[in-house]
Design a protein around this ligand. Structure first.
Ligand code: ZN
Length: 224
């Protein structure tokens, strides 16, 4: 019998108080097949990125599962109001499929909703991750213009995240993505600056971004 991939978690929406069940992926159903030079993963079977955000089917409020219950608690009233308005607009324009069989288009729509939340919550690190994945979506469609726009937005948010927390637990990853995004946007000088800094600051540590940074360095420098 095939392994079960999905389970359902009961959730209560913190914005509209609807109760609903959200599709979750069993962690043992997730297996990375490979990562490219910029660390973008390809999965064996289920792509967990399609399910990492939880969406209320009533009001479309969307956040990562770990933030879903509490992210609105710290949001100023004005921003909460702006989020409500943008969700109402999104609801008129987006058709969602929140089931197990969601496609990359469904996942893209859910990411748009997630970005609305994280921009209003002013959380640059998570906003950056969503813009990065949006860039991957456009790359797969060969829409290079929108991919570059998404990557630029991701880069801007990673820069903000780094400025706020230079020695934070994610700063090695942030530096890696600042270098890889700059390189993909043909801003090589800036890209190498961050690669150098990452390698210098984390040499000898157990950061798994070190090896990736060295490989990226060799790949790009080697092709000069
Ligand atoms: Zn709701």
């Amino acid at each position: 019998m095939a392994k079960k991939k999905f389970w359902y978690k009961k959730m209560v929406c913190p914005l509209c108080e609807s109760e609903f069940e959200s599709v979750r992926v069993f962690s043992n159903a997730i297996s990375v097949k490979k990562r490219d030079i910029f660390l973008r993963p390809t999965y064996q079977d289920v792509d967990p990125d399609r399910y990492s955000l939880v969406t209320c089917p009533e009001c479309y409020f969307t956040a990562f599962e770990s933030d879903f219950d509490k992210i609105l608690d710290t949001m100023p009233f004005v921003r909460l109001d702006m989020l409500r308005n943008s969700l109402a607009r999104a609801k008129q324009n987006l058709t969602l499929n929140l089931g197990e069989d969601r496609t990359i288009e469904d996942s893209h729509n859910i990411q748009i909703l997630g970005i609305l939340t994280y921009i209003q919550a002013d959380m640059p690190f998570k906003t950056a991750q969503l813009f990065l994945k949006m860039g991957w979506y456009y790359m797969d469609k060969n829409d290079l213009e929108n991919a570059a726009i998404s990557y630029s937005k991701a880069l801007k948010q990673f820069e903000r995240a780094y400025a706020e927390d230079k020695k934070g637990e994610h700063s090695d990853g942030i530096m890696f993505y600042m270098s890889s995004l700059n390189i993909q946007l043909n801003q090589f000088k800036e890209g190498f600056k961050w690669l150098e800094r990452l390698i210098k600051e984390y040499r000898g540590s157990n950061s798994h971004y070190i090896k990736a940074a060295q490989e990226l360095w060799e790949e790009v420098r080697g092709s000069d």
